[in-house]
Design a protein around this ligand. Structure first.
Ligand SMILES: *[C@@H]1O[C@H](CO)[C@@H](O)[C@H](O)[C@H]1NC(C)=O
Ligand SMILES: *[C@@H]1O[C@H](CO)[C@@H](O)[C@H](O)[C@H]1NC(C)=O
Ligand SMILES: *[C@@H]1O[C@H](CO)[C@@H](O)[C@H](O)[C@H]1NC(C)=O
Ligand SMILES: [Mg+2]
Length: 588
């Protein structure tokens, strides 16, 4: 690897500083009352923006300055306000990547929105999970406002999880009911148990989807953590745990053939889809239902996202869910959820971005890996370009073709400068200053893309005189989902990618989806080779319509009707994915 650049003096906050929180509601109320008249003015700009402000931890930034002066400043200098970087995301949703106010240079908690616009609860001890309040320090300001309704739902969810979570009397009662073999009549608490499937990217997509499902249905989300996931993520809900207790009996052997699968219960007349509206006796239902949402040939099963099925599924107190898919998108196809979803996500293209940032906090081991690498190799650069290369086993493409496609993409779109054929000194910066340094972070299971890029930029000068440094944190060769250390490195690298200023990711890769969506960046998506000829695509890379992940496997919408329909034709905020023709994706 090349020389490690000097680390800028950015150190982490002490746990003590992290814990310092507004001491009482009084301060909040006072600030809010002062701001109120101006807030009312802003109602004309949309009540959403105003309400977002009302929920925003404004007081943290307003301690030493006059509220009115700040507000006036905020409305006139939207883009460069010093202590006011919270304003632009609320009023002028910016395309991430266009701003240059680097949060990484500014570790001070008074300027870094560690609660993500109210998304995160302030109730945690920061030291137990360093990433929770520090992850956002290196992200660009989010391009999406957080709706106050979403914040309210999250706080309600957290309260319910505390009431029903492991260790509570409610949980013991629900377990007793489960073991009795029958569904309960009037249960206090309902649960969805998430069981992992496939690699880390798929798991992150499906657990976020399951959490959204839990939010919509009032269920408590519990995750089964096999050894390779232990401590990989922090607890996301304060004062309780989301880890499924080890004595839970049903975590293994689930498949489409499981007899407790909802679709099999339908086929075997254990349940009827039209019983959801009150017919039948809920206590005669089986003790739990298994919801199988694994994609098979890029489709989910029939009868998984129809309204009547969801009414029926609702009647089970216990659900075990196993999925490899970003099925959050499919929840938008169920009319009974639409109203809630619209209120939670005024911007449809922000679902994973917001929920992922809310839910997925790397544990301290993964975080340490991320931090050492970022501070050692990337922090000092003027710009960071992430390149994620995933060669799918089922889409064989030669190294030369893939490398050629990557360089076409980064050169055509001027993400990186071209090289000249001299190894002598390059062009001098016209302003006489030092050369700009672009750091390239290559994330790949294979070392050869890094090797070649590194040697090209190491050997030759660039046409612009910029210096391009190239780094790769690890190259495990093969995916090892079963190994905790492998998953920790992979998670660290997802976050490293998410701290890029610009991102190149590989089409179809769930790993890439998670990285750019957490970042809030629309990547340059490397297109897949032609399926018939296996020749590299003519267009090297495309810009997706939103930062959302793609649901590769659309659910059939035949339901009880005979005709399957393409939801894209009926739902204005859905489109097919840039990289998977049949896939579905949210956008605005
Ligand atoms: C942001 O960019 C503008 C113009 O490109 C420049 O004048 C300003 O100093 C930059 N600010 C920071 C914080 O880098
Ligand atoms: C789903 O439903 C359609 C239409 O009824 C049918 O053609 C198809 O075979 C079904 N798929 C499965 C896996 O049952
Ligand atoms: C740059 O360096 C590599 C060797 O690392 C070499 O193969 C290549 O031809 C050089 N020149 C250009 C224009 O890429
Ligand atoms: Mg995958």
């Amino acid at each position: 690897m090349g020389s490690v650049r000097a680390i800028q003096g950015e150190r982490d906050l002490s746990p003590v500083a992290e814990k310092r929180r507004p001491s009482g509601v009084g301060t909040v109320t006072a600030v809010f009352l002062l701001v109120l008249p101006l807030l009312l003015l802003f109602i004309f700009f949309g009540d959403q923006a105003v309400a977002s402000i009302a929920h925003y931890p404004v007081w943290q930034r307003m301690k030493s300055q006059s509220t009115f002066a700040l507000f006036l400043q905020a409305s006139t200098h939207r883009s460069q306000g010093t202590g006011l970087c919270f304003m632009p995301p609320l009023f002028v949703p910016q395309i991430a990547g266009s701003g240059n106010a680097s949060s990484s240079r500014n570790p001070d908690i008074t300027t870094h929105d560690h609660l993500l616009g109210g998304l995160l609860s302030p109730e945690f001890d920061a030291a137990t999970c360093l990433s929770r309040y520090q992850a956002s320090k290196r992200w660009k300001p989010s391009p999406f406002p957080v709706s106050p309704y979403l914040v309210e739902k999250l706080r309600q969810y957290e309260a319910n999880h505390r009431r029903c979570g492991p260790g509570t009397a409610n949980y013991r009662e629900a377990m007793a009911q489960l073991m009795s073999g029958r569904n309960a009549d009037h249960a206090e608490c309902k649960y969805v148990v998430w069981v992992p499937l496939q690699g880390l990217g798929n798991r992150m997509l499906s657990v976020v989807s399951t959490f959204l499902y839990a939010l919509l249905t009032g269920r408590v989300l519990l995750v089964h953590e096999p050894p390779e996931m232990q401590g990989l993520f922090c607890e996301p809900f304060p004062g309780t745990s989301w880890v499924l207790p080890p004595d839970f009996p049903y975590t293994d052997g689930f498949s489409a053939h499981t007899k407790e699968s909802y679709v099999n219960m339908l086929a075997n007349n254990i349940v009827r889809h039209d019983d959801g509206d009150g017919g039948g006796d809920v206590s005669s239902l089986p003790a739990y239902v298994y919801f199988h949402l694994e994609q098979i040939s890029l489709r989910l099963q029939n009868h998984t996202f129809c309204e009547e099925d969801h009414r029926m599924l609702d009647r089970f107190n216990w659900m075990v869910l196993r999925s490899d898919s970003y099925f959050a998108v499919a929840l938008f196809l169920v009319p009974m959820y639409r109203g809630e979803l619209e209120q939670m996500f005024p911007a449809k293209g922000s679902v994973f971005h917001l929920l992922g940032r809310y839910l997925l906090h790397p544990g301290n081991r993964a975080w340490g890996i991320m931090e050492r690498f970022y501070d050692g190799y990337l922090a000092g650069a003027d710009e960071r370009v992430g390149i994620q290369v995933r060669v799918m086993p089922f889409i064989p493409i030669t190294f030369e073709s893939m490398y050629d496609q990557i360089t076409r993409c980064v050169w055509e779109h001027e993400l990186l400068p071209q090289v000249t054929d001299t190894s002598g000194p390059g062009a001098m910066p016209s302003n006489g200053g030092r050369s700009k340094v672009k750091a390239v972070l290559v994330v790949s299971l294979k070392p050869e893309y890094y090797d070649k890029l590194h040697s090209v930029y190491y050997t030759n000068a660039t046409a612009t005189g910029e210096i391009v440094t190239v780094f790769q944190p690890s190259h495990d060769q093969d995916q090892h989902t079963e190994a905790l250390a492998h998953n920790e490195r992979a998670l660290a690298e997802i976050f490293l990618l998410s701290y890029s200023d610009r991102l190149v990711t590989t089409g179809f890769s769930t790993f890439g989806y998670v990285a750019h969506s957490l970042a809030g960046l629309r990547p340059w998506l490397l297109t897949l080779p032609d399926r018939n000829t296996m020749r590299p695509a003519e267009v090297a890379c495309v810009r997706p319509a939103s930062v959302e992940p793609c649901l590769h496997s659309a659910p059939p919408l035949v339901c009880r009707a005979s005709q399957d329909t393409d939801p894209v034709a009926h739902v204005p905020f859905l489109r097919h994915c840039e990289d998977v023709d049949i896939g579905l994706k949210l956008f605005d």
